[in-house]
Design a protein around this ligand. Structure first.
Ligand code: SF4
Length: 241
């Protein structure tokens, strides 16, 4: 491989392959790698102020009903290996993180069928009470379409699970387009805003985004994805049909 050509392609915004990245990691001088990385960073975030955050990933549970094809982590409820991380198990991991200078935990894990929203909000509250300086990277409001989010929406709406409006309002006012805005989240507000989003989504792209994670047998169901299906499910959630 040729170092200059790889640098040139990276600086032109082209994604390098895994083998190319590995080769650069092993062969290119650290100073040159840093200079190229800094130039690419500078184009996205101009200026001389650069920061980073030390965080740690902790898995909430390995029980998951999704079964993504690539995942060798998940298992079924009742399996010998199944676990839900307890508060006592989080504490030493977070203490270790703090000792290493870190302040953020990325909480991730499987979709456990028995863990409702209350489980997560209680967990977040307990962690923040125990570690007030801790930053939680857990629930987010994405500014782009991710097929997986809509897969989850179907999962919840098909089971008649209703949104907790107070919690939703609180979350929306903390992050995303409604941050710090005086919104009043009602079922009718939710219906109006979600209907506008559903009408504007490229459902074919959303299908393709999630298709690669699903077992073949489940991929067939993606053919129904479109405005009609999601409007119908939105109606179930908001009790308006
Ligand atoms: S949702 Fe996450 S934990 Fe569940 S199967 Fe997919 S990758 Fe694995």
């Amino acid at each position: 491989m040729n170092k200059e050509k790889l640098f040139y392609r990276a600086l032109a915004g082209e994604a390098l392959g895994v083998d190319e990245g590995l080769w650069l990691y092993e062969e290119a001088p650290g100073g040159e790698l840093m200079a190229v990385a800094d130039e690419i960073r500078r184009r996205q975030v101009p200026g001389d102020r650069v920061g980073w955050i030390i965080d740690r990933n902790i898995n909430i549970t390995n029980v998951c009903i999704s079964g993504c094809k690539f995942c060798n982590f998940h298992c079924k409820k009742g399996d010998e290996a199944a676990y839900i991380t307890t508060l006592e198990e989080y504490i030493p991991k977070i203490e270790e993180l703090f000792r290493a200078g870190g302040r953020q935990v990325l909480l991730q894990g499987g979709m456990h069928p028995q863990l409702g929203l209350g489980f997560y909000t209680t967990l977040f509250r307990q962690l923040k009470t125990r570690f007030p300086a801790l930053k939680l990277h857990a629930l987010l409001s994405r500014p782009y379409v991710k097929g997986r989010d809509w897969y989850d929406f179907l999962w919840y709406s098909a089971r008649g699970i209703q949104p907790d409006l107070a919690l939703l309002q609180n979350a929306l006012q903390q992050h995303g387009p409604w941050a710090d805005k005086p919104i009043q989240v009602t079922l009718s507000w939710l219906q109006d805003h979600m209907a506008a989003v559903i009408a504007g989504i490229d459902w074919r792209a959303a299908q393709l985004d999630v298709q690669r994670f699903l077992p073949t047998a489940e991929q067939e169901g993606l053919r129904a994805w479109g405005i009609d299906l999601f409007m119908q499910q939105l109606g179930r959630v908001c009790h308006i049909n």
